[in-house]
Design a protein around this ligand. Sequence first.
Ligand code: CA2
Length: 147
Amino acid sequence: MPKPLHILNGPNLNLLGQREPEIYGKASLADVEALCRKACTEFGYELVFKQSNIEGELVDMIQEAGREACALLINPAAYTHTSVALHDALKTLDIASLEIHISQPAKREAFRHISYVAQAVDGTISGFGINSYLLGIKAAINILQKS
Ligand code: CA2
């Protein structure tokens, strides 16, 4: 059995489905987790799926992924646009890493146009609703199968 795939979610994503459905849709984070778990199982991978509202906890989770995961998907939420700490933690990884967004930040407010994370990951998938997570899983597995 390969190492599990890790998916991390940043601040306020625990509220997914409860506010701003016009931007983020109606699915809850538990729904997203269930979809991701099904996809990973079909590809033969275990899934570790986590959320935190705390920047330092996300740094710890990235470091843990570096030790225990085959690949990392992260939706850093608002920390995308502010966090040198997440950038630095992602830079230390030797595994495939992808940045995921439900919405398309480039089409939104100017403060969302900068990502501190993009330079530290292998690729970014954004703007496809919760399907961004499934596309991210496919992209990660594609990278793993090539290596
Ligand atoms: O589109 C995305 O996935 C974002 O990472 C979501 C973040 C936002 O700050 C990024 O610019 C783009 C916001 C996540 C907050 O999630 C909420 C969910 C429900 C209600 C309110 C916020």
